[in-house]
Design a protein around this ligand. Structure first.
Ligand code: ME8
Length: 738
């Protein structure tokens, strides 16, 4: 197996399928995605391999499937697809997704087990002990001991296969001490080392390793690596299997850890798999949460040493996302689902009413919304939680951070710079020169120096996964560029006829635009969607092409070609209303993301509109405080018309929806509306109502809804009261409301 420097193989943990994904999982996966994108810039796409997947065996999964009344395979298929679907929704660029129920994995795990057995590292023995089902491990202590998952252990007596873990104690200590097997951060390294050494002050016999590192002999016990009390796992292969009466499955952690190798071809004899394994193994980085450090830094290297396989180069452990003060986890019931955030932030990018042509269909637009919202979450998690430390999550902080750094910071800088170039310089980038005015010239030179320092320091920060530092340094640079912009006051320069002022205007805008180019290139791995939009607006085309051809990794000041035309401009980071916090909180409390049709007439409905809105807007009280004023031009875009309800009926299996056919005088329409809880269909027929006639059609439950009814939202439960006309009002159907 090769050890070339010019490749990078990184992994996330493979996630258990006994719980649905939450933002704790997203945190690791996002971090890995950022590292993968950055590495691709440096090494080229073909030399980077990013693996994620799902861990599908074990008693916990078997029990969850039983509780759900389905087979373990059905259960794992379902949940694994949820993880995968979420990563796709978020634009995660994994190269491979491994499932431990795949044949390629089974084959590799059985080979590993057979090799270990053949090399004499596995023996059969009987053991009675306390087993934590939640964590899939034996723990020390009397019956009823509380396991690491916070639940009482179970007494388990089993004849098991054992792995001679104890034989590798001193060797692993040496590998970690020498840095050959790197464990980061420091605190985790110390934790692993002290576990491996045993308590040197306990009075027990101390030995010295080959490299002179002290350890308590016997502190590391052999490890049971098979189970016979359940069968949802990979069977122990021959010849070991025939040495025992019972059927054994391989311990889920041996099974799971091996994914890192089986996914790149271990256990296969196909030439392409062998080549893949040679190219990418050993892994360069296993990214994990801190609670599984022992499995990755003690068991895993021991299995590999025993099998004669090179060790991964580094294991890096991050801290936990806390919610309401404790670790976010399914068993504690305090999780936040990523979908909640994607839906809420996605709603900040409503599909334009006058969206052009079929290329901007609902699916395409939904994709844009998801990727945008995913950027927001990426930014927040990486900006707020220094890698390695625990960090609290709150919706409040998410909205605040978004508004301060993205809407007001980066987004505002981009929009004010580019719109000035558009207005004053015919949308064409001027040549980069120093301004004539001394103070401005000095400030511009300082900015260039800061940019150069930033580019250099960020390379190190990225490679050490100091992503919070990357973002704080970029944010500080954005503030500096903003300061330069304000000091130069280009809007005043633009009004002057003076020659120097005109020249300075060009120099200032060129300097700011160049700074934006650098910022955007640096942020690309973290904000792939938004930076692509800024790149287009800068007139630089496709950022992915720039990533491939090296433009994003060779950042020298002055790279923006003068004469480049700006792309079409538009808002990148619309400001988020505080109401979004409530929406996300409510969504989590209700336990599920409301399906579009269920959000209709939700209590949070902001206005009088009643339709199947994908993401409800803030509560009415909130809205009166925060709804922005609009110009008459905005209002006239909304085509409000008088219509009469011809048909109203319930839709099977949709409790909240009614199907209406309305007459607009000039045409008849079908509209689906979430008012079924409040209005009996028969009471609606014949009513004259107001509809938003130019709302883009959308499909719900396979039916197209073309328009939206207006209603006032009444009382705490948001009961809709349809806007209508008095009995005697003479009004033609189809009349426009203005
Ligand atoms: O442990 N904060 O799977 P798992 C931060 N299948 N990260 C979190 C988190 C939180 N609150 N909750 C989960 C397993 N994670 C095994 C791994 S690998 C060979 C087998 C992330 O579904 C974090 O990366 O319990 C953590 O290590 C991982 O999800 C655990 O996922």
């Amino acid at each position: 197996m090769s050890d070339t420097a010019k490749k990078f193989y990184l992994t996330t943990p493979i996630y258990y399928v006994n719980a649905r994904p939450h933002i704790g999982h997203a945190y690791t996966t996002i971090t890995a995605d950022v590292i993968a994108r950055r590495q691709r810039l440096l090494l080229g796409k073909e030399n980077v391999w990013f693996l994620t997947g799902t861990d599908e065996h074990g008693q916990k999964v078997q029990r969850s499937a039983e509780a759900a009344g389905i087979t373990p395979q059905q259960f794992t298929d379902e949940v694994s697809a949820q993880f995968r679907g979420l990563w796709q929704r978020m634009g995660i660029t994994y190269d491979d997704y491994i499932r431990t129920t795949e044949p390629r994995h089974t084959r590799g795990v059985q080979k590993l087990f057979a090799d270990l057995y053949e090399r004499g590292h596995i023996y059969l023995d009987t053991y009675t002990g306390q087993y934590s089902v939640g964590e899939e491990m034996f723990v020390d202590g009397p019956p009823g001991t509380i396991g690491p998952d916070g639940k009482p252990t179970e007494t388990v007596t089993e004849e098991n296969f054992y792995f001679r873990l104890s034989a590798f104690q001193s060797q692993i200590i040496d590998l970690i001490e020498s840095g050959e097997f790197c464990v980061e951060p420091e605190a985790r390294r110390n934790e692993v080392l002290s576990f491996l050494r045993g308590d040197l002050n306990s009075g027990a016999e101390t030995k010295l390793s080959a490299k002179g590192n002290p350890y308590v002999s016997g502190a590391l016990k052999d490890l049971s690596i098979s189970r016979s009390s359940f069968d949802w796992g990979i069977p122990v292969p021959e010849p070991a299997a025939s040495t025992t009466q019972k059927k054994h499955v391989i311990y889920v952690w041996l099974d799971a850890l091996a994914n890192y190798m089986t996914a790149v071809g271990y256990g296969s004899d196909k030439p392409e798999d062998i080549a893949q394994l040679q190219k990418f193994w050993p892994a360069d980085l296993h990214l994990v949460g801190k609670e599984i450090i022992r499995f990755h830094c003690v068991y895993w290297p021991a299995f590999l040493l025993a099998a004669g396989v090179p060790l991964p180069k580094k294991v890096q452990a991050h801290g936990w996302l806390l919610f309401e003060e404790s670790k976010m986890s399914k068993s504690r019931g305090n999780i936040v689902r990523t979908e909640t955030i994607l839906d809420a932030f996605g709603s900040l990018k409503p599909k334009p009413i006058d969206a052009p042509g079929p290329e901007l269909n609902d699916d395409v637009w939904k994709r844009e919304q998801d990727l945008f919202a995913s950027d927001v979450l990426r930014y927040f998690l990486l900006r707020e939680i220094p890698f390695g430390q625990d960090g609290s999550f709150s919706f409040d902080a998410l909205v605040q951070r978004y508004n301060s750094d993205l809407a007001n910071g980066y987004g505002n800088l981009v929009s004010r710079t580019l719109s000035m170039i558009e207005k004053n310089l015919e949308g064409t980038h001027p040549a980069l020169r120093l301004p004539e005015t001394t103070t401005l010239s000095e400030a511009a030179q300082k900015l260039e120096a800061s940019a150069t320092t930033l580019v250099a320091s960020i390379a190190d920060d990225f490679s050490a996964t100091r992503l919070t530092r990357v973002l704080t340094n970029v944010a500080a640079f954005i503030t500096e560029v903003d300061g330069f912009f304000s000091l130069s006051a280009p809007w005043k320069l633009a009004k002057s006829e003076d020659f120097t002022a005109r020249e300075d205007l060009r120099a200032v805008l060129a300097t700011t635009a160049e700074a934006i180019r650098i910022i955007t290139a640096l942020l690309y791995p973290i904000l792939p969607y938004s930076t692509a939009k800024v790149w287009e607006q800068l007139g630089l085309g496709d950022i992915e092409a720039a990533a491939k051809n090296g433009t994003l990794s060779n950042l020298t000041w002055g790279g923006l070609e003068p004469g480049t035309k700006l792309g079409p401009l538009g808002p990148i980071f619309p400001r988020a209303d505080k109401g979004l916090i409530q929406i996300m909180t409510d969504t989590e409390q209700n336990g599920t993301t409301p399906k579009p049709e269920e959000t209709a007439v939700a209590t949070e409905q902001p206005t009088a509109a009643v339709e199947a809105a994908p993401a409800p807007a803030p509560a009415t009280e909130e809205v009166t405080e925060t709804t922005p004023t609009i110009a008459i031009d905005d209002f006239v875009k909304i085509d409000l018309r008088v219509a009469r309800i011809l048909i109203a009926e319930r839709i099977p299996k949709a409790d909240k929806l009614l199907r209406l056919e309305v007459d607009l005088g000039y045409e008849k329409r079908q509209i689906l509306s979430g008012i079924a809880q409040w209005y009996a269909p028969e009471d609606l027929i014949g009513r004259r109502i107001i509809i938003v006639a130019n709302l883009a059609p959308r499909k719900m439950r396979g039916l197209e809804s073309h328009g939206m009814l207006l209603a006032a939202s009444h009382g705490e439960d948001g009961k809709p009261i349809l806007a209508t006309f008095a009995e005697g009002d003479e009004i033609e159907l189809g009349s426009r409301l203005k």
